[in-house]
Design a protein around this ligand. Structure first.
Ligand code: NAD
Ligand code: UDP
Length: 310
């Protein structure tokens, strides 16, 4: 199959391109390099089944493909808040352009949606039938509402035009190829610990997140794309739930760092808790994560250690 991966030079996209090539597919990686890097896919460029295109998904493009994985969108709050108007355009116009392509060439298309569609959830853990608690006018809204509209567009193209869609709601995912200055909590804490800098906990550190290692997530993506049973949305994440204080202590323990924990103000609309209910992923995809936090952190620490030394 010929697969298009938008946002393919980013953290998750680059792992997905690698996996699809290993599975024997042709891969077109499309990216505008806002938060992605050519270095993430450089090792794939000699592969004759791999093609790289610099393009912005807010602009239409004509390609002939069998499958589309739509990942283009900055994922870290500091990056998606840098140019919020561009962020929402990327989600909404990117979805329209990619769905238009899927409709024209009869490709199956998967949307990388997010647990942020649940906002600051009033239901815990989050099941797919929960409609969420999202502030429409806050500093996270450009991302959350953009992703919600993208889901709406996917469902409407499916109902109205019979486009063959898949939607996955991704919960916090971490691993090698995150940017050291990405601003997300796992990369921040690891880089701070390795450099001996203060570990910055926002708020009192009691807020929770559930962290999925990248390899587990990619397996979930591939299973979702390759099955006919459900179109989604399906939660893909690791149900292990940790406070940010627990995460900081785990990182300090694994790195053996002497960094101090310091507390900084909590950003606006920061969700208090988040954990996926993954019953649907288990029953429909036979998927569940296999890599516990400690093991995934070890691998990620090794990656950042090498990166910072180099
Ligand atoms: P990332 O920032 O590393 O990757 C996003 C990629 O999209 C980058 O390569 C970036 O350059 C590219 N991009 C951004 N705007 C673009 C545009 N207008 N046109 C073309 N390319 C554009 O982030 P990631 O963690 O790899 O996330 C990938 C996808 O998964 C995103 O859609 C994100 O919303 C979703 N997601 C990720 C997580 C997570 O924890 N990593 C959680 C939920 C959802
Ligand atoms: N966070 C933190 N210190 C940091 C970066 C983030 O305490 O240096 C907190 C942040 O306030 C949030 C959690 O960690 O409560 C996860 O943040 P991240 O940006 O990784 O993801 P998201 O909030 O989008 O789930």
């Amino acid at each position: 199959m010929r697969c298009l991966v938008t946002g393919g030079a980013g953290f998750l996209g680059s792992h997905l391109c690698e996996r699809l090539l290993n599975d024997g597919h042709e891969v077109i990686c499309l990216d505008n390099y806002f938060t992605g890097r050519m270095a993430n896919v450089n090792h794939l460029r000699d592969n004759k089944s791999f093609e790289l295109i610099r393009h912005d998904v807010t602009e239409p493009i004509l390609l002939e493909v069998d499958r589309i994985f739509n990942l283009a969108c900055p994922a870290s709050p500091i990056h998606y808040q840098y140019n919020p108007v561009k962020t929402i355009k990327t989600s909404v116009m990117g979805a329209i352009n990619m769905l238009g392509m899927a409709k024209r060439v009869h490709a199956r298309i998967l949307q990388a949606s997010t647990s942020e569609v649940y906002g600051d959830p009033a239901v815990h853990p989050q099941t797919e039938d929960y409609w969420g608690n999202v502030n429409p006018i806050g500093i996270r809204s450009c991302y959350d509402e953009g992703k919600r509209v993208a889901e709406t567009l996917f469902m409407d193209y499916h109902r109205q035009n019979n486009v063959d869609i898949r939607i996955v709601r991704i919960f916090n995912t971490y691993g090698p190829r995150m940017l050291p200055n990405d601003g997300r909590v796992v990369s921040n804490f690891i880089v701070q610990a390795l450099k001996g800098e203060d570990i910055t906990i926002y708020g009192d550190g009691s807020q929770t997140r559930s962290f999925c290692y990248v390899d587990d997530l990619i397996e979930g993506f591939v299973r979702m794309m390759n099955q006919e049973k459900i179109i989604g949305p399906v939660n893909i994440g690791n149900p292990g739930e940790f406070t940010m204080l627990e995460l900081a202590k785990e990182v300090l323990d694994l790195t053996g760092s002497n960094s101090k924990i310091v507390y900084q103000p909590l950003p606006g609309d920061d969700p208090k808790m988040r954990r996926p209910n993954i019953d649907l992923a288990k029953s429909a995809l036979g998927w569940e994560p296999t890599i516990p936090l400690r093991k995934g952190l070890e691998k990620t620490i090794c990656y950042f250690d090498e990166l910072l030394k180099g």
